[in-house]
Design a binder for this molecule. Structure first.
Ligand SMILES: Cc1cc2nc3c(=O)[nH]c(=O)nc-3n(C[C@H](O)[C@H](O)[C@H](O)COP(=O)(O)OP(=O)(O)OC[C@H]3O[C@@H](n4cnc5c(N)ncnc54)[C@H](O)[C@@H]3O)c2cc1C
Length: 437
């Protein structure tokens, strides 16, 4: 049980999600990150086996995690995961709300917890100020650092590396992470009681897929922008809901496209999406205390249809409930309760798509004798439609050559992409039986 095992069982077979949990979890800080965010040994391994035991890459016992976190059974076809309640909400302070991805609910909650000394800091993901095309994990201990960390980074960020700092500090901390990171963190908490005591709460992000870490450089290159001329690269910058946006050294903000950021992201996921995400079955950070995603008012009728710049939140545990209640009582956040019959269909569809995509891909890879992650529950056999989609995915993977990536990037960030987007919207309206709830 040492780093060599992690390398041969997870990294080499392509099962590493680059979450950073092995880096943060290593008791002797012997693991670092390579330029492409894969872990590497940087010091002497003591053969403790923690890295392999906490890694979510090759194996996650989801039924066991379910018992550990909810004291309940894992229900694979429960698309929302274990949910007690759902809310739509936002930070009450207008300035904070404007810094967030959706409604800055996460940032608002972290600020509330920090100000009231309920936590001493939070593991977040920030842009590296020395290289704005890179992201990294940080244990934020001041309000300024928490605000600076707001906004989604849709590229691989091995932010669980910051657990190394948690290990060295006294106090209680919140952790914000993607579904794979939450799974790894829960596994680590189970095998490291000292660290478990320090983790006050786990905040998860909904996640369909994540992009390769060199995406920002490729986009800048295709737009003819020199990486050394920018101060900041945001995936959701500019006016809400924002988009791919840079701030140059003169402080001028530039939105890099005229189409909706969601259209751009959907294409980028096909040509830059990390392959490990295609065998992941968790879209909604099912094992967090609270999980957060984008709220789209157009999905709703009546009262909810008027809410903009908000976050959707799934309350999963008693701790999550208390945090939301206390922050709302302190008027740091505003929440609107979403009745179960009006839970977001878009969210359920996203979870369904991610699960069926993973089931179909795992089943084909298994048949071919290729390595797949083990989730410890019987996978639902893929339908014909899921198998067809999986074949499509294999075709899309052929578009990952450097020339095709270059051509597609040029196109989707050009004005011409607007026409393509309009056609796609018409197709959706005509053929997708979309109903708002
Ligand atoms: C890769 C990725 C994919 C996503 N996919 C979807 C999706 O398909 N559908 C959907 O509804 N929502 C998705 N989200 C979540 C959504 O983008 C918002 O993060 C969420 O709505 C919370 O918004 P907020 O304004 O409350 O958060 P904010 O107040 O902006 O705070 C965001 C927090 O998340 C942390 N963070 C940012 N990027 C990362 C990262 N890469 N890894 C770990 N932590 C990070 C930040 O440090 C910050 O603390 C995704 C997020 C990410 C990072």
């Amino acid at each position: 049980m040492n780093f060599e095992v992690l390398y041969s069982k997870v990294i080499e077979p392509g099962l590493c999600s680059r979450c950073g949990i092995c880096v943060g979890g290593c008791p002797v800080a012997a693991i670092g990150l390579r330029y492409d965010n894969y872990p590497e040994l940087i010091d002497k391994c003591t053969n403790c086996g923690i890295c392999i035991r906490c890694c979510p890459g090759a194996e996650v016992d989801l039924p066991l995690l379910s018992r550990q976190v909810f004291n309940g059974n894992y229900v694979p076809d429960d698309l929302q995961g274990h949910v007690e309640k759902m809310f739509v909400g936002h930070a009450t302070d207008g300035q904070i709300r404007a810094t967030g991805t959706s409604g800055a609910l996460i940032t608002g909650l972290l600020l509330y917890l920090l100000k009231n000394k309920i936590i001493d800091g939070a593991v977040v993901t920030v842009f590296d100020h020395d290289d704005p095309c890179k992201t990294k994990g940080l244990l934020a201990t001041t309000s300024e650092e928490i605000i600076d960390a707001a906004k989604s980074k849709y590229c691989i960020s091995s932010s669980m590396e910051a657990l190394q700092t948690v290990r060295k500090k006294k106090g209680r901390f919140a952790v914000v992470g993607l579904p794979c990171q939450v799974q790894g963190l829960r596994k680590l908490m189970a095998c490291d009681p000292l660290l478990e005591k320090k983790i006050f709460c786990v905040l998860g992000l909904y996640c369909h897929c994540i992009l390769e870490p060199f995406i920002q450089r490729d986009i800048l290159k295709s737009k003819g922008i020199n990486a050394s001329d920018i101060m900041r690269f945001d995936f959701r910058g500019g006016r809400w809901p924002g988009g791919f946006h840079v701030v140059n050294k003169e402080g001028r903000g530039i939105l890099l496209h005229t189409t909706l950021y969601t259209t751009i992201l959907n294409v980028l996921f096909k040509i830059y999406g990390a392959l490990r995400c295609f065998v992941c079955v968790d879209a909604l950070a099912e094992f967090a205390d609270l999980s957060f995603g984008d709220f789209w008012a157009q999905d709703y009728r009546e009262d909810f249809s008027k809410l903009v710049q908000c976050t959707l939140v799934s309350q999963r545990t008693e701790k999550g409930k208390k945090i939301l209640q206390q922050a709302e009582e302190a008027m740091e956040i505003k929440l609107y309760s979403l009745p179960p019959d009006r839970y977001s269909e878009r969210t359920a569809n996203m979870a369904n798509r991610k699960k069926t995509r993973a089931f179909a891909r795992i089943s084909r890879l298994k048949k071919n004798g290729q390595p797949v992650p083990e989730y410890h529950f019987p996978l639902i056999p893929p339908t014909r439609k899921a198998k067809r989609k999986e074949r499509m995915l294999r075709l899309e993977l052929l578009l990952r050559g450097s020339l095709s990536r270059k051509i597609l990037l040029k196109f989707i960030f050009s004005r011409a992409a607007n026409g393509f987007e309009r056609v796609n919207l018409c197709r959706k309206k005509m053929f997708c039986n979309y109903q708002n709830n």
